[in-house]
Design a protein around this ligand. Structure first.
Ligand code: AMP
Ligand code: TRP
Length: 336
């Protein structure tokens, strides 16, 4: 009888800024769905958060690691079924990252659009920011990953990961399984509520009120952000295609409520935007209230989270070890 291998799923979020409803809709809610059928690994990628040193201070990074790990679980990631861990606690990531860096043409990294946009915003650009997608490729390839559930902004990085793995396999012999991105059809790119032409972002959310809906924002702030969300100059909901702001609100409603998009449009079209917004506040609250409560419960007893993260790191080390050993052997590292 042939053994059926469950699909291996890997993804991660950086411990920087304020985790928001875009992260939840685009990535974490998808992780939660996948954990039922897949063999899933979810990582808090603190080595990645170091690439923009201004974004997280050393004293805050450790606390952020905890906060994000607790939020994964509060969002419904079940640590008894999945592996949840902190990236820097599994040294294989940094080791494979170096090996892959040596096999990646520089030109491939210069093509990454996220590097272009992030480096424009900084006075001094660390080399880590350029090499960051190679570390991301190491994260994924280390676990023989089949699927990487992410928001749309990460698609280029997952394609690069495939290219790096494929090139490595050609240069050094079959070593890595090549993964595919898994991206929502609707909700893969949630826009800022204050500026629907910009992606909702963790860093902007921390400094600009009304930009994002933070997963731990209090109900009053959530309501205010939604009621003030930019729609279009008219008063009535006419054509969703005419306004990116309205489209964004409908998308949030659609993914969080599970209701078909057209049914939502039919219900609110022709009425004032206030009706859509008011009901969206309730839909968002129904999602966030249990997340806040579970996060508070986990934060009250740090020992529980510590135990889960210790177990997760230990499982991740065991899974990564044979793949790292294979890569090292194939490139000729160590002794004959
Ligand atoms: P980051 O905020 O860059 O750490 O992203 C963590 C995960 O959330 C990645 O899978 C992103 O693709 C996803 N993500 C980030 N921002 C958004 C957004 N505005 N809409 C949908 N998904 C997002
Ligand atoms: N680069 C991703 C982001 O900024 C985070 C990340 C790091 C990641 N390693 C990963 C996502 C591996 C998926 C798989 O959102």
């Amino acid at each position: 009888m042939s053994e059926i291998r469950k699909k291996r799923v890997f993804s991660g979020v950086q411990p920087s800024g304020k985790l928001h409803i875009g992260n939840y809709v685009g990535a974490i809610s998808l992780w939660r769905e996948l954990q039922a059928t897949a063999d899933a690994i979810f990582c808090v990628v603190d080595l990645h958060a170091m690439t923009v040193p201004e974004a997280v201070k050393p004293a805050e990074l450790r606390a952020k690691n905890r906060e994000i790990a607790a939020l994964y679980i509060a969002c419904g990631i079940d640590p008894s079924r999945t592996t949840v861990f902190i990236q820097s606690e599994v040294t294989a990531h940094a080791e494979l990252g170096w090996i892959l860096t040596c096999a990646t043409p520089l030109g491939w990294l210069h093509r990454m659009t996220q590097f272009k946009s992030k480096s424009e915003r900084q006075e001094t650009v660390g080399s880590g920011l350029l090499v960051y997608p190679v570390l991301q490729a190491a994260d994924i390839l280390l676990y023989d990953t089949d699927l990487v559930p992410v928001g749309e902004d990460q698609k280029q990085h997952i394609e690069l990961c495939r290219d790096i793995g494929d090139r490595f396999n050609h240069l050094f012999g079959e070593t890595f399984r090549l993964p595919s991105p898994l991206i929502r059809e609707s909700g893969a790119r949630i826009m800022g509520l204050d500026a629907p032409d910009q992606k909702m972002s963790k860093s902007t959310g921390e400094t600009v009120p009304g930009h994002s809906i933070g997963l731990l924002d209090p109900p009053g702030a959530v309501k205010k952000a939604i009621m003030r969300a930019v729609t279009d100059p008219g008063q009535e909901f006419r054509d969703e295609h005419a306004s990116p702001g309205v489209r964004n609100l409908v998308t949030l409603y659609e993914v969080l409520s599970g209701e078909p998009r057209q049914a939502i449009i039919d219900r609110y079209q022709g009425g004032g935007y206030g009706y859509l917004k008011k009901d969206l506040v309730d839909v968002v609250e129904a999602t966030l209230a249990p997340i806040r409560a579970e996060h508070a419960r986990l934060s009250a007893d740090p020992a529980v989270l510590d135990r889960l993260l210790d177990e997760g790191a230990s499982r991740a080390r065991d899974l990564a070890a044979p793949v790292l050993a294979r890569a090292k052997r194939n490139v000729g590292l160590g002794r004959a």
